[in-house]
Design a protein around this ligand. Structure first.
Ligand code: HEM
Length: 407
C-alpha cells in the first residue's frame, strides 16, 4: 500500500482496509496494522510485560551495560504519586488554573485549538513539574508547543524552524536536568509532582533516563489533553441540544465531585466526555516495535517488526459499534442500541500495561471544562459552518476560530 501524502487520506485508507481485512493487515512490507481489539490487547500485554529501560548513551560512552530498570518500577512510582495527588485540594487547583488561563484570554478572537492546548498544558504542567520559575516554565511550554505544532501542522517547517525546535528542546531538557539535580542536592524544594519520585531513583536511573521519564510525562500532557479539549469544544458547538442538557445537569453540581464519582456526579456530562473520546481519540496511531513473535491467525508478527495500534480505528469499527460515525453520548447508557460489544472495544487510554496513567485526571479535566462552558463562559465560534475535523497525529478541528466571554 503506497502511503498517501495527506494524513487524512492515509487514515481513511487504513479504515477502509481494516473493514475489509478484519482489523489485521500489512500496511506495507514493514508495518502491520493490529486494529482488532482482542489482538491489540494481547500484543500490548505481552510486548510490554517485562519492558526495561537501558542507559544507552552512557553504555556507549563507558563501554558497559548499565543496570536495566523495569518500566513497571517507573509506572509504579508515577501511580503512587498520582494517588497522593488525587485529593480535593489538588483537583481544585487544577480547575482554578484552567479558569485562570481562560480568563486571561476572555473576549480575544483566537484559534480555539491553540487556546485549549495552552489551557491543558499550562494547567497540567505543575502536576508534571512543579516549582519552576516563570522563565523555566515558559521555556518548557514553548518546547511542548513547538513539538505539537510539528505534529498538527500539515506542512513541515523549514530549516530555520528545525534549528529553533532543536535549540528549544535542548534548553528545555537542561531545565529538567537542573530541577532534578537541584532537588537531589537540596538546593530546590521537593514538590509533589510526577518528576519527584525520580529524584530518589537517580542513583539507579542516572540523569539521562530520569530525563526520558520526565519527558515522557511532559510529552503526554502536551498532546492528547489539549486536542481532546478542542474536540470537546467542537462537539459542544455542533450539538446545541447537548449544550442544553449539560447546562441543566451542571447548574447545581460542584466540580469537586467529578474526582471521586464522575458518573454519579454528572452522568450526562460523563457520557458526553466518553463519547468525545470515542469519536476523536488522540493519538490516532501508536507505532510500536515487537519484541516477541505473535501468531495472529492469518499472519505472524516477528520480533523487531513494527506494528500499529489505534483506539480510533477500534472506536470507528462498524462491526463493533453501531453507527460509529454518529455522535451519541447516550450509546453509553446500559443496553443502548449504539452501545459497545464489550470493554475491550472502548480504549481511549490505550492498553495495559502501558495504559495512560492520567486517565482519571483527564476525565476530571474534560468534565470540568464542560462545567466551565455551561456555567461560566459563553463560547462563540466565528464561522461554525467552516469548522471541519482534520486527522493529523490526533483529530484537530480546523478553521476553529472564536472567543470565550463571561456569561
Ligand atoms: C484526554 C486526555 C488523554 C488521552 C486521550 C490520553 C491517551 C493516552 C494513550 C492512548 C496512551 C498510550 C497507551 C498505550 O501505549 O497503550 C497514553 C499514555 C500515557 N499518558 Fe495519557 N492521555 C491523556 C491524558 C494524560 C494526562 C493528563 C497525563 C498525565 C498526568 C498522561 C500521561 C500519560 C503517560 C505518562 C503515558 C505513558 C504511559 C507508559 O508509557 O507507560 N496522559 N495516554
Amino acid at each position: 500500500m503506497t502511503t498517501p501524502q495527506h494524513p487524512d487520506d492515509f487514515l481513511r485508507l487504513l479504515r477502509m482496509r481494516s473493514a475489509e481485512e478484519d482489523g489485521i493487515f500489512w500496511i506495507d512490507d514493514e508495518r502491520l496494522a493490529v486494529f482488532e481489539p482482542e489482538a491489540a490487547r494481547r500484543v500490548s500485554a505481552t510486548n510490554w510485560h517485562r519492558f526495561v529501560m537501558h542507559d544507552r548513551l552512557l553504555d556507549v560512552v563507558r563501554k558497559r551495560t548499565s543496570t536495566p530498570v523495569h518500566w513497571s518500577r517507573i509506572r509504579s512510582a508515577w501511580l503512587t504519586q498520582l494517588h497522593a495527588l488525587a485529593t480535593e485540594e489538588h483537583h481544585g487547583r487544577l480547575i482554578e488554573r484552567m479558569q485562570r488561563i481562560i480568563d486571561a484570554r476572555l473576549g480575544e478572537d483566537t484559534d480555539l485549538v491553540m487556546l485549549t492546548q495552552d489551557m491543558a498544558v499550562r494547567s497540567l504542567l505543575p502536576l508534571a513539574l512543579e516549582g519552576l520559575t516563570t522563565r523555566e516554565a515558559d521555556l518548557v511550554v514553548l518546547d511542548l508547543h513547538l513539538k505539537l505544532l510539528r505534529l498538527v501542522s500539515p506542512e513541515p517547517g523549514g530549516i530555520g524552524h528545525l534549528l529553533r525546535f532543536n535549540a528549544v528542546q535542548v534548553r528545555s531538557g537542561l531545565v529538567v536536568r537542573r530541577v532534578l539535580r537541584e532537588r537531589a542536592g537540596g538546593k530546590r524544594n521537593r514538590e509533589p509532582d510526577l518528576a519527584d519520585p525520580f529524584v530518589d531513583l537517580l542513583p539507579d536511573l542516572g540523569m539521562d533516563r530520569a530525563l526520558d521519564v520526565v519527558t515522557a510525562v511532559l510529552t503526554a500532557i502536551a498532546g492528547p489533553p489539549g486536542t481532546a479539549a478542542a474536540s470537546l469544544l467542537y462537539e459542544f458547538v455542533r450539538n446545541p441540544e447537548w449544550q442544553q442538557r449539560l447546562t441543566a445537569e451542571l447548574a447545581g453540581v460542584d466540580p469537586a465531585a467529578f474526582r471521586t464519582a464522575p458518573t454519579r456526579a454528572a452522568p450526562m456530562t460523563h457520557r458526553f466526555v466518553k463519547e468525545v473520546l470515542r469519536m476523536w481519540s488522540p493519538p490516532l496511531l501508536l507505532v510500536r516495535r515487537s519484541k516477541y513473535a505473535f501468531d495472529l491467525g492469518k499472519t505472524r508478527l516477528e520480533p523487531g517488526q513494527w506494528y500499529l495500534l489505534s483506539p480510533h480505528m477500534i472506536h470507528r469499527d462498524e462491526r463493533i459499534w453501531k453507527q460509529p460515525d454518529v455522535f451519541d453520548p447516550d450509546r453509553f447508557l446500559p443496553g443502548a442500541p449504539h452501545g459497545p460489544a464489550d470493554r475491550t472495544c472502548y480504549v481511549p487510554f490505550g492498553w495495559a500495561p502501558k495504559r495512560c496513567i492520567g486517565a482519571d485526571i483527564a476525565t476530571v479535566q474534560l468534565m470540568a471544562l464542560c462545567h466551565l462552558l455551561c456555567t461560566r463562559y459563553r463560547l462563540t465560534v466565528a464561522d461554525p459552518a467552516a469548522v471541519t475535523m482534520a486527522l493529523r497525529f490526533a483529530p484537530v478541528p480546523e478553521n476553529f476560530h472564536g472567543s470565550l466571554t463571561l456569561r
